[in-house]
Design a protein around this ligand. Sequence first.
Ligand SMILES: *Cc1c(COP(=O)(O)O)cnc(C)c1O
Length: 402
Amino acid sequence: MTSIEQHKGQETAFGVNAKGYYGKFGGAYIPEMLYPNVEELQQNYLQIISQPDFQEEFQDLLKNYVGRPTPLYFANRLSEKYKTNIYLKREDLCHTGAHKVNNTIGQILLAKRLGKHKIVAETGAGQHGVATATVCALMGLECIVYMGEIDIQRQAPNVARMKMLGAEVRPASSGSKTLKDATNEALRHWINNPVDTHYIIGSVVGPHPYPDMVARFQSVISEEIRSQLFEKTGKENPDYVIACVGGGSNAAGAFYHFLDEPDVKLIAAEAGGHGIHSGMSAATTFLGKPGVLHGSKSILMQTEDGQVVEPHSISAGLDYPGIGPLHAHLWDSGRAKFYAITDDESIEAGFELTKLEGIIPAIESAHALSVLKYLNAGANETVVVNLSGRGDKDLATYMKYL
Ligand SMILES: *Cc1c(COP(=O)(O)O)cnc(C)c1O
C-alpha cells in the first residue's frame, strides 16, 4: 500500500475533511475567478495521485532523480551531548538540497495529467523556485516564478539557478516586496491563465486541496522514518519527531504517519527571530490569531484591524506570517507542541551540528535542532529531527557569526 492510500483523511482526527478543513482551519477562501482552477484540482487530485501509473512514475523519480530513500542517520556525538538517541532524517541529501523537491515532483506529474503545460510558482528564499524550475526543466515545461524584489536581491545565487534552469523570474514589487507579495502575484497570474497553467504551491498552505496534496507528497518522509527506524531499533515509532515550520511542509511530511500515534510527540520549531516580543519575529502560534491568508483559514500574524504583520526570521524559509491549516489544528488541539527559536539559538545549533557531526544544516533546519536543549529526552528515548535542508545557501549568514 502506498502512503497515499493508507491515509484517506476523513477517517482520522488530523486528516482533512471533504470541505478541506482540519478542525476549524483550512477551506478554500478564493476569489470567484479562481473557482474553476481550484475545483478542477479538488475533484481530481486524489484520483490522479492514487493511480498506479502516477505512483510508479512518482516513486521512480523519488528514487532515481531525488535520491530517496534519504538516510536516517544516528547522530552519535549529538546523542552523547543530549544524553538521548538522536536520528537525523537527511532531507538535506535530496537533489537540490532540501525536501521541497518531493512536492514539486508530485505536482508536476499531476499538472501533466491535467493537461497543463505551463507552471507558475511563488518563492521566498528561492528554494521552492529552484525546486520548481528543476522539475520544469526535467519535464520540458514552461516555468514562471514570482519573487519579491527584495528577495531577488537577497538571494542572488538562487535567482541565477532558476535562470540557468530555464525559468523566468518575475519580480513582485508590491507591498513589502517579499514572499507574501510574490504569492499574491502568482495567484493573480493563475487567475489570468486558468486553462493551460498549474500553480505549484511550495508548502502546506493555500486553498484546499493544496495543504492536503502537498502533505501527501511530503508524507514519504515519515513513511521512510517508520521503516528505517524499525530496521535500526525494532520499533516503528520514535518518542519525538521535531521539525521546523515555515508554512509547514517538511513538518507535515515528517509528522504524517505519526499523526494518529499518540505515543509519538510532535514538536514544531517556529522562527522566534529576535524574540517573540521584539517586533521582529515569525512565531505565528505565539503571535497570531485566526484569519484568512492565501486562500485558507489558519493562524496568522496580524494587527487589530486584520492587516498582515511583516514577519522576521534569519532564515528566509521560515519568514512567513502564517502556518498551514494542518499545523494550526495540531496547535489548537494540543497534538503538537510549538517552540519559538530565536535567530541566535538557531545559529548556535547550526554550528553545533557542524562541529559534532560534520553536517552543515540549513538555518531553517537548525531551528529544529535548537529544540533539543529544551526537550530533556530520556536516555532510552528516541528523537528524530527532520533535517529539512543543507546549509550551503546560508554560508554567508553563518560567517557573520564566526
Ligand atoms: C523552505 C524550507 C523550509 C520551510 O518550509 P516548510 O514548508 O515549512 O517546510 C524549511 N527548511 C528548508 C531547508 C527549506 O528550504
